[in-house]
Design a protein around this ligand. Structure first.
Ligand SMILES: Nc1ncnc2c1ncn2[C@@H]1O[C@H](COP(=O)(O)OP(=O)(O)OP(=O)(O)O)[C@@H](O)[C@H]1O
Ligand SMILES: [Mg+2]
Length: 191
């Protein structure tokens, strides 16, 4: 079941080293394991600098939700947009949107890593508006919410998305050292 979800890697809460990101509230993160956010239709937003386990945590939650038989899907934001744009060009956008709407938990990874066009932003808006108060969406992004206007190329549209995403949501801001650089820190220290 986990295979069909398209996770980029399989990592769980047990693989997570809380001592590396001491500012993160361990109880609050582990509490996500009970999946109450699904019952409550709450979105989860992980905002942070590179390598601070945003994707890792989104995957860990996705593994829990699929283990508990919630239809779960993991997709990179650019792949999602490519699929929606293709569907729009082929006049099958509504069918594609309904497909992504149908997942109990949809994980959109790396939203805002690359700037998107207003047309793309509109497609994201349509999906978010459909899922709003029906099914939770998990988003990882490296852009603070105040920058979403720039990312979406349109402040009004970005606010419309944020309004729906944030209304019922938990936001985790993780700013810290990159775990990928853990063993490479001395390379950055001047002799
Ligand atoms: N605190 C941690 N404990 C254990 N592994 C970690 C921790 N933080 C990050 N990692 C590992 O480091 C790698 C990078 O983390 P991850 O991909 O989740 O970062 P990210 O925040 O999504 O980064 P990016 O913004 O570049 O997408 C992953 O292999 C992840 O499992
Ligand atoms: Mg990531």
């Amino acid at each position: 079941m986990i295979k069909t979800v398209h996770f980029p890697f399989i990592k769980t809460f047990d693989d997570y080293d809380f001592t590396f990101q001491p500012k993160l509230n361990k109880e609050e993160i582990l509490d996500l394991k009970n999946l109450r956010f699904i019952e409550n239709n709450e979105n989860l937003i992980f905002i942070g600098t590179p390598g601070v386990e945003k994707t890792h945590l989104a995957v860990a939650i996705g593994i829990e939700s699929s283990k508990n038989r919630f239809q779960t899907y993991f997709i990179n934001a650019n792949d999602l947009l490519a699929q929606l744009k293709k569907a729009k060009n082929e006049n099958t956008l509504m069918r594609r949107l309904k497909h992504f709407y149908s997942y109990s938990v949809l994980i959109i990874d790396e939203l805002g890593f690359l700037p998107i066009t207003v047309e793309d932003a509109n497609l994201i808006f349509q999906l978010i508006a459909m899922r709003y108060e029906k099914h939770p969406t998990i988003i990882t992004t490296n852009k603070p919410l105040s920058k979403w206007g720039e990312v979406f190329g349109d402040v009004v549209l970005a606010n419309a998305v944020l309004d729906r995403v944030l209304h019922h949501s938990k936001i985790f801001t993780i700013v810290g050292p990159s775990y990928r650089m853990k063993e490479k820190v001395d390379l950055f220290i001047d002799e």
